[in-house]
Ligand binder design. Structure first.
Ligand SMILES: O=C(O)CCC(=O)C(=O)O
Length: 339
């Protein structure tokens, strides 16, 4: 690639990520292809025709595998999600199926889930009406539909409360592809919506992505060998080397990133004293289908996930993961045609 071509591509991604913030991204140079140029409309594979995205936004997602929509979720809604998160931590509400994860740096003996500062993440909040409103917000679904089509299921939900790093670097989330966790297809009809609940940048452990990696294969994942310990379920791509290709996304409260399930992403350590919050949901098309992951690289996570979900619902071991996904999937728009 010529230098001027690379510079054009870099400008495209920086422009997408916002004028003044370009500085933050530029501090971490990009070596991969991140342009919105050279995509012919007929070659759209990752986005659908529904006139919501501009041509430029479509091309950007097609080429890079993610798209930032500024100021999408209101501060009032974010405050409500924050309040509910705190209520859950205080155990004033106990939605069935919810999984509460602590940071590995907190020893079991000192862990108290009622203290929100000890909770790294809550997952599977589909039974919590207040938090689940996030997955039904019309302003969010309008964009989700560009990737999933009109029949939309919410599959996997999270509030992430990334703690200040303890010094062990355990607040990091290793680079990974979300598809590793999902036994449903087609791949291109799955999308993650990830909304910043406050200002997020590299300093407080913001999201970083490797643009264009959604075009590659699903890679084998497992726990990284980190000296300071790794949080449960934080599988990463084995032997990942291309760290220079990371783009650190800077967001304001309410800004939302939509990204493809093969996009390699993760987040760094939180170097501030505050807890970095984001809310997210993975959506898929209701016409999708389940696959059997036995014999694939996803077999390791299936086993682990099954243990966690059956525990959350107090189910016995005879239940299959397919049943569990089916059970926790919630229709948020259109018709439940399959899945
Ligand atoms: O919010 C973060 O730190 C990253 C979350 C993430 O990538 C995940 O949970 O899959």
């Amino acid at each position: 690639m010529s230098q001027s071509h690379a510079a054009t591509r870099l400008r495209t991604v920086l422009a997408h990520l916002g004028g003044p913030r370009a500085k933050a991204v530029l501090a971490h140079p990009i070596s991969k292809s991140i342009s919105s140029a050279n995509v012919h409309p007929q070659q759209f594979q990752y986005t659908l025709d529904n006139n919501v995205l501009s041509l430029e936004q479509r091309k950007f997602y097609e080429e890079n595998g993610f798209l930032v929509i500024k100021n999408l979720v209101s501060s009032a809604d974010i405050q409500r999600f924050q309040n509910e998160f705190e209520k859950i931590c205080r155990q004033e509400v106990k939605p069935p199926g919810l999984n509460i994860m602590r940071d590995v740096a907190i020893s079991k003996s000192e862990y108290d889930p009622r203290n929100e500062n000890m909770v790294y993440k809550i997952q599977h909040f589909q039974e919590d009406k207040e938090l689940f409103r996030y997955c039904t917000l019309p302003e969010l679904l309008k964009y989700v539909e560009c990737f999933t089509g009109p029949n939309i299921l919410a599959m996997h939900t999270m509030v992430i409360n990334k703690p200040p790093d303890s010094g062990k670097k355990s607040s990091r989330h290793p680079l990974h592809q979300d598809l590793h966790y999902f036994p449903f297809r087609p791949i291109d009809r799955i999308v993650c919506a990830w909304t910043a609940m406050e200002h997020i940048d590299r300093n407080n452990g913001g999201l970083c992505v490797i643009p264009g990696t959604h075009k590659g294969p699903l890679q084998p994942h497992d726990y990284p060998q980190w000296e300071g310990g790794v949080n449960i379920m934080f599988h990463g791509i084995q032997n990942f080397k291309d760290y220079d290709a990371r783009v650190h996304i800077e967001l304001e409260k309410g800004d939302t990133v939509f990204f493809h399930p093969l996009l390699i992403h993760g987040s760094g350590r939180n170097q501030t004293k505050g807890f970095r919050k984001a809310i997210s949901c993975h959506f898929t098309c209701a016409d999708s289908y389940y696959i059997d992951v036995k014999g694939t690289t996803q077999e390791n996570i299936e086993k682990e996930l099954k243990g966690i979900i059956t525990e959350g619902y107090e189910l016995d071991d005879s239940i299959t993961l397919k049943d569990i996904w089916k059970f926790q999937a919630r229709l948020v728009k259109g018709e439940r045609t399959n899945l």
